[in-house]
Ligand binder design. Structure first.
Ligand SMILES: Cc1ncc(COP(=O)(O)O)c(C=O)c1O
Length: 221
C-alpha cells in the first residue's frame, strides 16, 4: 500500500477509536512521524492531506521545515540544549521538554526571536533509566517553573510507555497527571497503540511506521 492509502487507513482507525470512546475526532490530532523518511515521502503525505509532521532530530527538522514550510512541524526527539537554536522557529510544538535547563534554553532562544514556543512536558511514565522525560513526581514542579518563563507556553504532557508493557496503565496515569495540572494536551500513542491512547484520552497521536512503512536505516543509529 502507498502512503495515501496508509494515511487513510490510520485516519479511519482514529475515527473508529473516537467513536468507541464517544469522542469528537476533531479533538485528536495526527502527527505523522517522518523521522528518517525522505522529503518525497513527506510530500506524498502532505499531498494526501496530512499537515502535521514529527521529527526526532533538530537538524532533520530544520531541513525538512525549510523544504516544506507550509506543514506544521513537531519536535518529538530527545533535545540537547546545544541543538535548541536549530529547532526554535521551526517547531510549532516541542513535545519533549523534560528538564528546567532545557526549558530555560528554549525560552531564551524563543525570546531572542520574539516567539512564544509551545511545549509539552515529557514524562518518563515507566521510570526507565535509558529514556528521557521527567519523573512523574517532578512534573508538577517543572510545570510551575516553566510557567515562570516568559517565552514558553506549556500546553500539556507527552509520554512513550515502556515497549514491553501494556501501555494503558501508563496512558491513564499520564491523563490523571494532566488533569491534575489543568493542562489541555496529551501526546501519546504510536503505530502499535494509538487506538488505546485515544480511548484513554490522547489529543495528539504520533504515528510513523503505520503511515510511511519501516524507516530506512540511517547512519549512526
Ligand atoms: C517519540 C516518538 N513518537 C512516535 C514515534 C513513531 O513510532 P511508530 O513508527 O511506531 O509509529 C517515534 C518513532 O521514532 C518516536 O520516537
Amino acid at each position: 500500500m502507498g502512503i495515501a492509502e496508509n494515511l487513510a487507513a490510520v485516519n479511519g482507525r482514529i475515527r473508529a477509536a473516537c467513536a468507541r470512546a464517544r469522542r469528537d475526532p476533531d479533538d485528536v490530532r495526527l502527527v505523522a512521524v517522518s523521522k528518517g523518511q525522505p522529503i518525497e515521502a513527506v510530500l506524498q503525505a502532505f499531498a494526501a492531506g496530512q499537515t502535521a509532521f514529527g521529527e526526532n532530530y533538530a537538524q532533520e527538522l530544520h531541513a525538512k521545515a525549510d523544504a516544506l514550510p507550509e506543514a506544521e512541524w513537531h519536535f518529538i526527539g530527545a533535545l540537547q540544549t546545544n541543538k535548541v537554536k536549530m529547532a526554535i522557529g521551526h517547531a510549532a510544538l516541542v513535545h519533549t521538554c523534560d528538564r528546567l535547563a532545557l526549558a530555560k534554553e528554549l525560552s531564551k532562544r524563543a525570546f531572542s526571536k520574539n516567539l512564544t514556543q509551545r511545549v509539552l512536558l515529557e514524562v518518563n511514565v515507566g521510570r526507565e533509566a535509558q529514556k528521557g522525560g521527567a519523573r512523574p513526581e517532578e512534573v508538577e514542579a517543572l510545570n510551575a517553573a516553566v510557567r515562570e518563563l516568559d517565552a514558553l507556553r506549556c500546553e500539556g504532557l507527552m509520554c512513550i510507555p515502556p515497549a514491553d508493557e501494556d501501555p494503558r496503565p501508563h496512558f491513564r496515569a499520564l491523563r490523571e497527571l494532566r488533569d491534575r495540572l489543568g493542562l489541555a494536551e496529551l501526546s501519546m500513542g504510536m503505530s502499535a497503540d494509538f487506538e488505546a491512547a485515544i480511548e484513554e484520552g490522547a489529543t495528539i497521536v504520533r504515528v510513523g511506521t503505520a503511515i510511511f512503512g519501516e524507516r530506512p536505516r540511517q547512519e549512526g543509529q
